[in-house]
Design a protein around this ligand. Sequence first.
Ligand SMILES: Cc1ncc(COP(=O)(O)O)c(C=O)c1O
Length: 410
Amino acid sequence: MPLGKLDKVLKIAVEELITKGTAKGKEMVITGIKPAEGKKGPRYYIEGEGDKEFLKMNSNAYLGMPLRKEVIEAEEKASKEYGAGPGAVRFISGTYKPHIELEKKLAKFHNREAAMIFSSAYSTVMGILSPLITKETIVISDALNHNCIINAIRLSRPKVKEIYKHLDMADLEAKVKSNIGAGKRVIIVTDGIFSMRGDNAPLDKISNIAQKYDFEFEEGIITIVDDSHGIGAFGKTGRGTEEYTNAKGIDIIVATLGKALGINGGYVTTSSTIINYLRETAPFYIYSNPITPSEANAAMKSLEILNSERGLELLEYLRKLTKHFEKGLVDLGYEIIESDHPIVPLMVRDTQKTSDLVKYLTENGILATGLNYPVVPKGDEEIRFQISADHTEYDIDYVIGVLKEHKETH
Ligand SMILES: Cc1ncc(COP(=O)(O)O)c(C=O)c1O
């Protein structure tokens, strides 16, 4: 069938995104990595930029796991032992020893009964929300939740969908109260760390609200947290927002293996009953291949490092670098959103100025992410920096120096 007519419509759709300024555009291609050397952390080579070196200030790999020797070795060892891919979905013949071991270790790390892994955190959220949301379920979601939560709720079609104002506990409580009698089950769902701002959900308070009104609903109030940016980067031992807020009673935790743990994939951890139910009902799990056995083995190594003395040292170092960077920006007179998370948003509050500053940083070999409307609300345009444990103090000072230079010359 000739695609001419469809092509025309799709080209217009993409052009509209470009005109609106919301197109993602051409992807930058990393062609090589220069390992850390002396006082410098790793540098990246980019297609079309020759031998110019770039410092990545926009990686989610907060603990520098992707380049750690032990992690790479764990991946290599398992691919030699089990092959390069699973060759089937889990219930056919795609379940390998590293998958099972990783699930057990993730559950133990979070002090939960069981865990199950998916091919990404996105598919975890998509996969678990629809089996947990019935026609008698009320879903209450933070206004700034990640795209995967928004789409998972759309897919699930709950009886009632409520959006509470970002982090506004009075609004959340009001929405719980106003739905008493409207359905059997309530699901409160939130990001742990909100990736655009580095701020965190008050999980202690959310959990208290859930417990306070649980008796009002026949099947109770269930709390679900997607802490993809929090696990391995936040909380004293890297157990994320639950640990940081000292929350008791969060029912279900979702996270990624692809950010602080540095590999790829996602997981959910909770009670054995819920996991058994999800293994039977979550389509993104049942009908889609798992991560490779070698990815599972590498993630296990990352988790082992995180869960050791070395992990505590890395987290401490990450916090130290983050505070050093934040202070540098504040001293220069920049507005930031301060937090204990390695996401550092520099609030520019202007679209053109954001793009100009990102360009200036790139020219100076620094990769950082400019976030404009509609990714962030109008007026909240920002540059998002992400600190990683493979940065050095020299690297951070270099970025501060470039920003200083920009201030002085623009
Ligand atoms: C809250 C949240 N959930 C899910 C994801 C997606 O993670 P993954 O790449 O594992 O699908 C992200 C990453 O941007 C995220 O911030």
